[in-house]
Write a protein that binds this ligand. Structure first.
Ligand SMILES: NC(=O)c1ccc[n+]([C@@H]2O[C@H](COP(=O)([O-])OP(=O)(O)OC[C@H]3O[C@@H](n4cnc5c(N)ncnc54)[C@H](O)[C@@H]3O)[C@@H](O)[C@H]2O)c1
Length: 326
């Protein structure tokens, strides 16, 4: 199947492109390169354009009349920036997605949308299903839920069919090292640990040691980016069974189904890297939560997909990727 991947020059989009190719599908990338990495587009069909550029979309669909689906990864993704620049985030993520969806709904193209587990409200029960209450904590996460809601309305009104995949915490890199995360200003735990490992930062700050978890540190659900990419292939290949005329829209969590605390992750990193990480206990930052992990039943049942790769594998692949690019 030929598939348009928006944001295919980014961390997750480029990994999805590799998984598509490995499964004999053909990715066509549209990416403005606002944050993407041009080298991830090499030897691939690539259009440098904005997702809201209707002329570019017309050209792509005229050049490739056999595109059957869109995997929509393009977005601005930095939470602290979204707090400072909400207009930019609503414009780039929500308004521009609407233009893309309008184009797709006119031509009845299948849509798979990259959403996030950050849409869920934090609760004492840290396991979330697709029906758990929503309560996004940042403008970034609110743009994602706004896009999901628009997509559902488009499906109900215009005959569009779509699946929103809510990712938990992607880690690692393509195991064949074709792409991986950017090392610029990491805000997530693995990026921070890699910075310390490389001697760019001195100590790891644990934000909160009194959370209601088994060791008092916050909990997350880490999923290897290759597992995530493979879930998109399953969603694509079973799309027409999952969403139908009577049920044109679906939401599916993509996580490992297991919570890992900050301390457990730190220990796994030390074991894989062989490094001893200096840590400082500190209080939570504003907006921090105890965290959540996925109930993965819907993904298992609907996609026939289970993540296969461990946290240790994710850490090892990230270290390998870091060495390759630094
Ligand atoms: N990385 C995560 O932890 C995570 C977690 C949950 C959900 N997601 C979602 O997954 C998707 C991919 O995230 P990522 O981590 O790969 O981010 P990324 O920044 O690496 O990739 C985003 C890509 O989109 C491109 N882009 C942005 N706006 C564009 C526009 N208007 N037109 C064309 N291209 C545009 C960028 O140039 C970049 O290549 C995003 O939608 C994000 O919200 C990511």
């Amino acid at each position: 199947m030929k598939v348009l991947v928006t944001g295919g020059a980014g961390y997750i989009g480029s990994t999805i492109c590799s998984a598509l190719e490995d499964n004999k599908h053909i990715p066509v990338i549209i990416d403005s390169l606002v944050t993407g990495n041009k080298t991830f587009t090499e030897r691939r069909i690539f259009y440098k354009a904005d997702i809201s550029d209707s002329k570019a979309l017309k050209k792509i669909f005229s050049d490739h009349k056999d595109i059957e689906a869109i995997i929509h990864c393009a977005a601005l993704v930095t939470v602290p920036e979204s707090v400072k620049k909400p207009y930019l985030y609503y414009h780039e993520n929500v308004s521009k997605s609407l233009e893309l969806f309008k184009f797709a709904s006119d031509s009845k193209i299948r849509i798979i949308f990259s959403s996030t587990a950050a849409v869920y409200k934090s609760s004492k029960d840290q396991m979330v299903t697709e029906d758990s209450p929503l309560g996004p904590d940042s403008p970034y996460a609110r743009t994602k839920i706004a896009i999901e809601m628009a997509l559902q309305d488009f499906c109900n009104a215009y005959g569009t069919k779509a699946i929103s995949l809510r990712y938990f915490n992607p880690i690692g890199a393509d195991p064949k090292m074709r792409s991986g995360p950017s090392a610029d200003a990491p805000t997530h735990i693995l990026g921070k640990l890699l910075s310390i490992f490389d001697g760019k930062e001195s100590a790891f700050r644990i934000a909160g040691i009194d959370w209601p978890t088994r060791d008092g540190t916050a909990i997350r659900d880490y999923i290897h980016v290759w597992d995530l990419a493979e879930a998109h292939i399953k969603a694509l290949e079973s799309f027409d069974h999952l969403v139908t005329d009577g049920n044109p829209y679906s939401v599916i969590n993509l996580g490992s189904g297991q919570g890992t605390t900050v301390l457990e992750f730190l220990e796994a990193f030390e074991e894989v890297s062989g490094a001893e990480i200096t840590r400082n206990d500190s209080s939570p930052r504003p907006g921090d939560t105890a965290g959540a992990y996925a109930n993965g039943d819907k993904a298992w049942d609907n996609l026939g997909w289970k993540p296969r790769m461990s946290i240790e594998q994710g850490i090892a692949d990230a270290i390998k990727w870091n060495r390759k690019v630094s």
